[in-house]
Ligand binder design. Structure first.
Ligand SMILES: Cc1ncc(COP(=O)(O)O)c(C=O)c1O
Ligand SMILES: [Zn+2]
Length: 386
C-alpha cells in the first residue's frame, strides 16, 4: 500500500529561517541550527481505516513514510482507552504503558526508525532519560539498525537493562540529563541523530495518540487532553494530530491541552506563568518523575505556543502528590512508573475545577516494571508512614 509512487509529496521546513529540504535528505536540523517540521498532506479515508488491524498504522495515509516495505512495526498502538473514576469524577485514561517496550515512545520510534530504514541509514545515536532509548533500541534491532543510546548514569536499572538487552550500545553519562544531551550532540556530528526531541518524524508517530482517541470516542475530539510534558513529544504530537484532523474536516474543534510537569523541574510552567516566549533557565532538582525532568526542552517555545493556542495551560505537581497518585493508581490495578503518576496527579488537580460534562482524556505513559527499585522504596515508606 505505497502512498504515492516515487515517494511522498512534502518537505521538511525550518521554523527559524524557512529553508526547505526534501523528505529524502538525511537531515534532522537546519543548517542555521533551527528545528525542522514536516509539511505534507495527511488523508483519513475512514472506510479503509475501519477495515485495518487495530494498530497505530491503520492511519497509514496520515503517516509520512513512502513505502510499506520500510515500516518497522510490532503492530503496536490502538491501546485501550478506559473510563476511570477519580473519586466521583470521570476521566478517560489511555493505556500507553502497554506498548511493546513499555511506553508510548514506541509511537514515535516506529515512524522515526521506519524513516531511518527508508533513508538507508545503518547506525543512529539517541539520548534519553530511559524510555525513548529503550524504544529506539528495540525498533533498531527489529529493523537491523545499530543504535548508540546515551542516558544519565542515574537512569532506573530496569531501563538500562532493557536497552542493553536489545543489543544497543549503552553509554552511561555522569551528571545531569543536560550533560547526556551534550554528550550525544558530539556523537551526532558523525552519526544520524534519531532524537525524539529534534527529529520531526518522531512527532508524526506520537500524533497517532490523537487519532486513536478520536476514533475510540466515536470519531469525536474530547474537550480536554491532559499529558505529561518534558520535551513535549506526546504533547506536540497530540496538538499536531488534532490539528491535522481539524484541517481535514474530521473534527470541529481541537481540545484544550494541559501539560503536567514535576514542580521540581518545571521550566514550561514558569514560562507560561510569566508569559515569556523564551524558556527561562531554572535550577532543576531531582524528582521521582525522571521521565519529565527536562530543564531545557529543545522545543520549549513550540510547546508553550501549542498549549496557548489550544486554550489550555500547565499544571505543576510536587513529589508528594506524585507518590500519592502512584499508590492510588496501583490500587485501581494499573501498574505504572512514577513519572506517569505525575499525570494522574495532574488529572486530580484539573478535575477540581472541571465542568461535570467535560470529556477529559489523559494517559498512562510508562510501565511500572521499569522502576522496581523506586516503587519498592515508595511502598516501604508508605507502610512506615514516612
Ligand atoms: C514515562 C514517561 N512519560 C512521559 C514522558 C514525557 O515525554 P516528553 O519528554 O516527550 O514530554 C517520558 C519521557 O521520557 C516518559 O518516559
Ligand atoms: Zn533554518
Amino acid at each position: 500500500m505505497a502512498l504515492r509512487r516515487g515517494g511522498l509529496l512534502g518537505n521538511l521546513i525550518c521554523g527559524q529561517c524557512g529553508q526547505k529540504f526534501s523528505l529524502e535528505e538525511q537531515v534532522w536540523k537546519c543548517s542555521c541550527g533551527g528545528l525542522l517540521d514536516i509539511q505534507f498532506q495527511p488523508a483519513f479515508p475512514l472506510e479503509k481505516i475501519k477495515k485495518r488491524k487495530p494498530t497505530m498504522w491503520r492511519y497509514r495515509e496520515a503517516i509520512p513514510i513512502s513505502a510499506d516495505q520500510d515500516i518497522i512495526s510490532f503492530e503496536e498502538g490502538f491501546t485501550p482507552l478506559l473510563p476511570v473514576n477519580f473519586n466521583g469524577k470521570k476521566a478517560w485514561l489511555k493505556q500507553d504503558h502497554l506498548f511493546p517496550t513499555g511506553s508510548y515512545k514506541d509511537r514515535g520510534s516506529s515512524v522515526l526508525m521506519s524513516k531511518v530504514k527508508e533513508l538507508g541509514i545503518q547506525k543512529v545515536v539517541e539520548d534519553s532519560s530511559g524510555n525513548a532509548g529503550c524504544s529506539i533500541a528495540a525498533y533498531g534491532v527489529k529493523g537491523g539498525i545499530q543504535s548508540d543510546i546515551f542516558v544519565p548514569q542515574s537512569t532506573s536499572p530496569g531501563k538500562l537493562a532493557q536497552i542493553e538487552s536489545y543489543g544497543a550500545s549503552l553509554k552511561k553519562i555522569p551528571g545531569s540529563r543536560e550533560d547526556t544531551a551534550r554528550a550525544v550532540w558530539n556523537a551526532a556530528q558523525k552519526d544520524y541523530y534519531a532524537s525524539h526531541s529534534w527529529n520531526p518524524f518522531f512527532f508524526h508517530g506520537t500524533k497517532t495518540f490523537a487519532f486513536e482517541v478520536w476514533e475510540q470516542l466515536g470519531w469525536k475530539a474530547p474537550d480536554t487532553v491532559i499529558v505529561p510534558v518534558g520535551n513535549g513529544t506526546l504533547l506536540l504530537g497530540t496538538w499536531l494530530g488534532f490539528g491535522e484532523l481539524l484541517d481535514a474536516g474530521m473534527i470541529r474543534e481541537t481540545p484544550r491541552i494541559i501539560g503536567v510537569q514535576a514542580a521540581l523541574c518545571a521550566p514550561l510552567v514558569k514560562a507560561f506563568r510569566e508569559g515569556s516566549k523564551k524558556i527561562p533557565s531554572i535550577h532543576p532538582r531531582e524528582t521521582l518523575a525522571e521521565g519529565i525532568a527536562i530543564a531545557e526542552p529543545v522545543r520549549g517555545e513550540q510547546i508553550v505556543e501549542a498549549v496557548k493556542k489550544s486554550g489550555g495551560g500547565f499544571i505543576a505537581v510536587d513529589d508528594e502528590e506524585i507518590k500519592a497518585s502512584l499508590l492510588w493508581t496501583f490500587r485501581r490495578g494499573f501498574y505504572i512508573e512514577p513519572t506517569s503518576a505525575a499525570t494522574v496527579a495532574g488529572v486530580f488537580k484539573y478535575l477540581e475545577g472541571a465542568d461535570p460534562e467535560e470529556i477529559i482524556v489523559s494517559v498512562l505513559t510508562g510501565h511500572g516494571l521499569k522502576a522496581t527499585e523506586k516503587i519498592l522504596k515508595i511502598l516501604r515508606e508508605s507502610y512506615s508512614g514516612q
